[in-house]
Design a protein. Structure first.
Length: 405
């Protein structure tokens, strides 16, 4: 494994990838800053577990309406152009949210509407960014690029909450939203120097709905793609809601406020960062099957432990393990799908991957927030962890090797 880390870092020799990596790192740090500010703002406006879950739901679920359309477009149009459009729209969304907050006119309804539009735009942005990597490094180095992309995402998950720990208490949520809007300028300007190796775009007169249907048949006709997507879906539905409910733990259970929330979020982010880096040394798809199972078990352990743990500092370690397992599942599934997928279907397959995420995670946020409101904040962690453990063993007991499509 140690010999593969230099190979991982060699991916930076591609100038366009290097520029993209650091530009996206700045932008994603702002994105995570906005997410923690949105969660804290929703809590301050309502003091409700249900609304925390609903904001998390609205921040992702509407993306299902753009995921599959984006996948069909990505196999026909330049990915760079699509990313520039989506990043510009996300910048405008953050700027509008900043204005409402700084003027004191923000309320939970406006926050929900703006979260809806953020999710709709992100639904097209996510598969575009995933499929763009191959045009920056080529197929042979794609696993390393995916691992480094996950490292970059989770550096943002660490930096965003750390920045939030200072910005939100000192300047408020509006300043956090404004700073996020400014970070999009970095990635937008960086695209002037990014020159992708554009793949040959398929010329076809086939309608967009026909292309979506063709992609659906391809995904569910391939056992490996279908099974890994289903496992990924269960993890999103039952195990990845925890960050949405962390304000309840930070404020009500541990009495640590926004600073404590930032520390808990950062602990999960550091775990996820570690998981992404470990996957950089596990780039052979044949080794991913047991790793994905181990990562899911880590996530289950973290969920069940959070249900019973009464100590703040122990929660930091538990969330580190949960973040580690979560990222092994997210990045490992991404690596495997891109490895086994034919180039002409890559956009559509990765749109199903992001569709699974944007469907399962917000539904998880919604049921977990509702259950926490009706019972207590620990119950969703216990039920999610137990159910996911059972489903993991049912799902993996007859799994076999990995095959190309």
């Amino acid at each position: 494994m140690t010999n593969s880390f230099p190979k991982l870092l060699q991916t930076f020799r591609h100038t366009s990838f290097r520029i993209y990596f650091f530009g996206q790192l700045v932008s994603l740090s702002g994105t995570w800053l906005q997410r923690i500010a949105e969660a804290w703002l929703a809590y301050q406006l309502t003091h409700s577990a249900f609304y925390l879950g609903l904001v998390g739901f609205m921040g992702l679920f509407p993306g299902i309406f753009s995921n599959l359309f984006a996948g069909a477009l990505l196999d026909r149009y330049p990915k760079k152009n699509i990313i520039v459009i989506t990043q510009t729209l996300l910048m405008l969304q953050a700027a509008i949210l900043c204005w409402f907050t700084l003027t004191g006119t923000i309320n939970i309804q406006i926050l929900l509407v703006l979260s809806f539009f953020q999710a709709l735009i992100s639904g097209a942005d996510m598969p575009a960014r995933q499929t763009f990597l191959i045009e920056l490094v080529g197929k042979e180095e794609l696993p390393q690029a995916i691992a480094l992309n996950s490292v970059m995402v989770n550096l943002g998950r660490i930096l965003g909450p750390v920045i939030g720990a200072f910005i939100i208490p000192l300047a408020g949520e509006g300043a956090a939203f404004g700073l996020n809007a400014a970070t999009y300028l970095v990635i937008l300007f960086s695209f002037f120097w990014i020159i992708p190796n554009v793949q040959q775009i398929e010329q076809t007169t086939e309608g967009i709905f026909s292309r979506i249907r063709d992609g659906f048949n391809y995904v569910f006709g391939n056992k490996d793609i279908r099974n890994y997507l289903l496992l990924f879906g269960f993890c999103n539905l039952l195990g990845m809601f925890y960050s949405t409910l962390l304000p309840l733990f930070a404020e009500e259970k541990f009495g640590r406020g926004a600073e404590g929330l930032s520390v808990l979020m950062a602990a999960s982010g550091i775990g996820a960062f570690s998981g992404a880096f470990l996957l950089g040394g596990l780039v052979t798809p044949s080794r991913l099957k047991p790793v994905l199972k181990a990562g899911t078990l880590m996530l289950c352990f973290s969920l069940i432990s959070m249900a019973f743990n009464p100590w703040y500092f122990a929660s930091i370690g538990i969330l580190f393990i949960g973040g580690l397992g979560m990222m092994i599942q997210i990045a490992g599934t991404n690596m495997l799908l891109q490895h086994v997928t034919s180039d002409e279907y890559r956009g559509r397959v990765m749109s199903f991957y992001t569709f699974t995420f944007t469907l399962g995670t917000p539904l998880g946020n919604l049921w977990a927030g509702t259950l926490a409101e009706l019972t207590n904040r620990e119950m969703p962690f216990l039920i999610g962890g137990v159910l996911l453990t059972i489903l993991l063993f049912i799902f993996t007991r007859n799994r076999k090797g990995i095959h190309h499509a």
